[in-house]
Design a binder for this molecule. Sequence first.
Ligand code: GLA
Ligand code: ZN
Length: 654
Amino acid sequence: MITIGMAYYPEHWPRELWDEDADRMRALGVRTVRLAEFAWSRLEPREGQFDFAWLDDAIDVFTRRGMHVILSTPTNNGPMWLYHDHPETLQWGRDGRPTDTGIRGHRCIVSPVFRKYAGRIVEEMARHYAGRPEIVAWQIDNELENSHCTCPACRSAFRGWLREKYGTLEALNRAWGNAVWSGEYSDWDQIQPLLAPDCMPDWHNPSFMLDFERFGASRTTDYVTFQRDILRRYFPDAVITTNACFPVHMPDFHQEFAGLDVAAYDNYPPVELPEDPDKFYSNGFALDFVRGFQRKNFWILEQLGGPGGCWNPFSSTTPPGMLTGYALQAVAHGADLLCFFRWRSCCSGAESMGHGILDHDNRDNRRLRELADLFQRLEKLPELDQTTLTSQVAILYGADQEFALKNQRQSKKYDYWTQLQLFQEACTGLSVNVDVIQETEDLEGYRVVLVSSHIVIEPTLAGRLEAFAAKGGTVVLTSRSGVKDKTGCCVFGEPLPTVFRRLAGCIVPEYDPIGKGIQHIRAVRGESYQVSGWCDLLEPETADVWARYTDRFYAGTAAVTRNAFGDGAAYYVGAVGERAMYRTLLTEIFREQGIPYLTTLPRGVEVTTREGPGGWYRFYFNNTASGVHFPAEGELLSLRPFEVAIRTTQEVWV
Ligand code: GLA
Ligand code: ZN
């Protein structure tokens, strides 16, 4: 059974409300509550004085009703006394100064002083609650980011990390190519993890930025491991995880989740869909990405429960069907637990206009009724959590690519995530499951591997892809592949795509980063597509031309190629195309590979399939604000805006 959970903050509400809230949640179908996130000041009101009585009481309120509890460690924000009495616990900003207190998240996860206090509250909680089987899981902290703190502890940790990695300053200067702009260091103390606030990351040496991000990501992972180890001593059997989001400074999620029990994500798809078709988005990509953290089903620790209003102007309200649609979309992509955020909108604080399920008036409302229907519907599918997604297609992701492409933008319209999303959307738009996996993973079991924008060469990848293609697999490479080595410096003396040249069967003698400019390509078979962002002007060596440019001085030059390689093939996509181009390309590849697909799905409808011993469940999700009709599986399917139809082996429409 898919587990239904709810984020609840007892400390925000009078005690008299708790029982009524728990009864209403129970009646709704909620079986698990998430508690204690951000509650440090109530759990340790003064240094060393702990108070668990109120949380014991809250836990009892729920467990008495047969419900389970997910506890969060409250360390996302220290209490005010901590920052005041121990300012070394504060995060420092890009201006090289401690941040102001009063919001949240302003603790330094690297600071040994913060670790001491965070470790203590986590341990006190864990010891206090050890042995209670109703506490089924722990969430570590909240929405951890890549640590970009610049406090003295972080500076010295960064220098230590570099020393460990490079041994000598000469080696570091060489690796980063510091002769440019007189950037050579003659003392470790000269290395500053500072980013002047008015300075774009693009002004920094990309090699420095790459290591700075890798270092920050390693600190985030280290912090997760630190808390996990404490929790594990007291909770040998509970699920230990943390709730990921996709912040500006991304950690290395695969590394972060490697030592945790399940991947978890806070799922807030856009309430307002972009009107501009150019503003492409695909929430399905985020979900496939999270499933790839551990290559198995995952949890949603915060699922959209109402329209936003935190930190930003209000979004419009969630139209009928949207909460259900997005929740089922998460399930369709492998979520086994859906914990909604939050039971009721807060009456105070920065989030008081961020909407939970109930509004401030506390009355039953449209959102509550919608979720009641959803939970009843899920109860009719009790075996869903025993099913998983099997994919024959993989998209490769690399934290290094993320870091490198974000910190040194390639053109005004070249974005790593958009590139990956275009491929992902094309797959689910053809009803083909797709995994998003780390670039170092084994490719066994896949038939198609999509490698977009592999700018920083993962040293084993070219060899692995060649072996994969030689055995019959299809590889797709794109522009900006093979540009840099692991140090973040450009490969010298070889035409692009360097290590992928043999596999691609073409070289890139010239490119045109057209940014927002528009170009066109025509496939050899006849169709034309608009392209933008980037144009590699390809020179085939062993490859055949799949499409050529039709405009500007390079009209007639190859834009997309296909190279037969062993029993398989490698495509090289030199330009960033419109969605239709990816659809055509993947249709061709799926046909070649004998992967079944549906071509009748209208734009915005995505299809994924979960399978298990009892059969399969196919989810048809209409991720648009309009009704759609299309033939599928011998019937004419009609889906209202955001509606999800679930078809099962038993031929039951739900
Ligand atoms: C994040 C946080 C929550 C809350 C929501 C609001 O996901 O984890 O604490 O602030 O955003 O939407
Ligand atoms: Zn710090």
